[in-house]
Design a protein around this ligand. Structure first.
Ligand code: C5P
Length: 419
């Protein structure tokens, strides 16, 4: 929208301190092109090389581009400036490109035996990794587990591409192109932190109501929408608790996760979580009924009809008091979308309803896109078909407005009470 989001070259990277870690792969030569692109875009680039990387590319190649000294020897300055600590602390982002299998293992295990690993250990900046290695090394469970560990810790991994490798074979393992890495850095550095320190509780996925020890009543929720909201809120600086039922997507790193099964579990988890929360977003598909008598043994087929007696579950959203909490509900409908959503707004006493017709193309369960309308007391905003992540960010824009309204209302309430 505004100038802050402009994609003009350098707008996000200008003046940013980027530490470029280079480990020992033939792809190290691409890191020279990457450094060049970043410097052109106005970033301050400090290169940290592993000893193996210096066998592929001379530090001087980087120094000529960045006009800054390359750190490659942990002991070079004999403790005078402790470059690996100060670089890590001052960095806005740390990008390791290429990241070899050995380097990923060292990062995952927290080793600090070379300048690159020690810099990473001293840094709390976002970590971007561009792996490069032979396919067999990349696909080895050890490497994959290390990547998984790093992802869970919040690192962003740009997958290597298929192509011709140093061995002459073809396969996955070629480092991503510098232009892709620059784009990823722009995204990371361009994130606004407008939800910093806000506590946001998001529910996602479907609840399951047991029938007997092996069967349950469930629904088609994939959890994608709720997970996208949790990720977007995390990226905007919020402290996120994601309460999940059954989901078919990976859970995001960098957010606290609590797993639940039934609607009653979810209710207890939400009630405990909102005590110190600013926002509750109920994106979970919640079972409205549960089986009254859950069988303790597996129910056997007899050939006769079988009837399950269901009793209503509590409506979690409706049972929770609103202000000062910002409450957001979802309305997944198959007909009369807007009328039903408007009724829910009132009945459940929520600040905002996200309504979607789950039968519309590109919307609803399991899709990566969603076409929704936002409904609040002032009216309806129809959004176009967007990715779930974009819907999440638009939703958080509305949440932010509501939070700001709340904080401007509170001083006037206090004034009235004391006056
Ligand atoms: O009434 P309906 O199920 O369509 O309402 C959907 C919204 O209410 C969603 O935000 C859902 O998470 C929430 N809900 C709830 N407790 C229920 C059923 C739905 O909080 N028992």
């Amino acid at each position: 929208m505004g100038a802050a989001n402009s994609h003009s070259p350098g707008s996000v990277l200008t003046g940013k301190r980027i530490v470029l870690g280079v480990s020992g792969s033939i792809a190290a030569f691409k890191a020279v092109a990457l450094a060049s692109e970043l410097v052109k875009a106005g970033a301050v680039v400090d290169v940290v090389m592993t000893p193996a990387a210096t066998r592929f590319v001379q530090p001087l190649s980087f120094e000529a581009i960045t006009h800054r000294p390359v750190v490659s020897d942990l002991f070079a300055d004999q403790g005078r400036s402790i470059a690996h600590v100060s670089l890590g602390v001052d960095a806005n982002v740390l990008v390791v490109a290429p990241a070899t299998a050995d380097c990923l293992a060292g990062l995952a295990l927290g080793f600090g035996h070379d300048a690159l690993l020690a810099t990473a250990l001293s840094s709390r900046a976002p970590l971007l990794l561009a792996p490069a290695m032979e396919t067999l090394m990349y696909e080895h469970p050890a490497t994959q587990q290390n990547l998984e560990t790093l992802r869970r810790r919040g690192a962003i991994v740009i997958e290597p591409a298929h192509g011709r490798l140093a061995s002459g074979r073809s396969g996955r393992g070629r480092m991503a192109e510098p232009v892709q890495i620059v784009e990823a850095l722009r995204t990371i550095l361009g994130r606004t932190r407008d939800l910093a320190d806000r506590r946001i509780v998001v529910t996602a996925g479907g609840t399951r109501e047991p029938i007997d020890p092996v069967r349950f009543i469930g629904n088609h929720s994939s959890g994608k929408m709720g997970v996208a909201i949790a990720e977007a809120a995390r990226d905007r600086g919020a402290r996120v608790l994601l309460i999940v039922g059954a989901v078919s997507v990976p859970l995001p790193p960098g957010v606290e996760v609590q797993q639940v099964t039934t609607t009653l579990d979810l209710k207890a988890a939400v009630e405990a979580a909102i005590r110190d929360a600013d926002v509750l977003v109920m994106a979970a598909a919640v079972a409205d009924f549960r089986v009254e008598q859950v069988a303790s043994d597996k129910i056997k087929r007899t050939g006769d009809e079988f009837t399950l007696h269901l009793i209503p579950n509590p409506d979690i959203l409706a049972s929770i008091a609103a202000a000062p909490l910002v409450k957001v509900g979802f309305a997944a409908e198959t007909h009369d979308l807007l009328t039903n959503a408007q009724q829910k707004l009132v009945k459940k006493n929520v600040d905002l309803i996200v309504a979607n017709d789950v039968t519309a193309p590109g919307s609803g369960f399991g899709t990566d896109t969603n076409q929704v309308s936002f409904i609040d007391r002032d009216g309806i905003e129809d959004l176009p078909l967007l990715s779930k992540r974009e819907v999440a960010d638009r939703l958080l824009d509305r949440v932010l407005q509501l939070l700001r309204q709340r904080s401007s209302e509170i001083p006037s309430l206090v004034g009235r009470e004391s006056g």
